[in-house]
Write a protein of this length. Structure first.
Length: 134
């Protein structure tokens, strides 16, 4: 009986250790996902250099191509200037929703990666057309 209790306590300790290590690992690797209004409101929680994800719509007429891409994103409430240091994805354009991974650099969001956001309703374009026309 004493041996069984010792084994059960050992197994319980190992399980508790695994759970604790998992929770600590998740907390350290957690990347926040904010819209521009939330990012501006919660600016103090994300000092310069602390990574988070910014989701928004690329503002029409703001895309400047060069060594880096400069543009603005909005959610209809706040607008944030963005510098994208890597090449954007193929479907990147004005008026397209994007998800950016980066951090604040002053009042500008310094992004290293951009993804195009879309909903789960994918439609195959008709022959010779585009998805927007389909």
């Amino acid at each position: 009986m004493q041996h069984r209790r010792f084994v059960l306590l050992g197994i319980g300790g190992v399980i508790a250790l695994v759970v604790a290590m998992t929770l600590i690992g998740l907390g350290q690797n957690l990347t926040y996902y904010l819209y521009p209004t939330e990012a501006v409101d919660r600016r103090a929680e994300f000092p310069d250099g602390e990574r988070f994800r910014l989701a928004g719509m690329v503002v029409e007429g703001t895309v400047e191509r060069g060594e880096v891409y400069r543009f603005e994103v909005t959610d209809g409430g706040a607008t944030i200037p963005v510098i994208l240091r890597n090449s954007p994805p193929p479907l990147f354009a004005e008026g397209v929703p994007v998800l950016l991974d980066g951090s604040w650099s002053g009042d500008t969001f310094d992004a290293g990666e951009a993804l195009i956001r879309h909903d789960e309703n994918y439609r195959i374009p008709e022959r010779g057309g585009t998805a927007a026309e389909g």
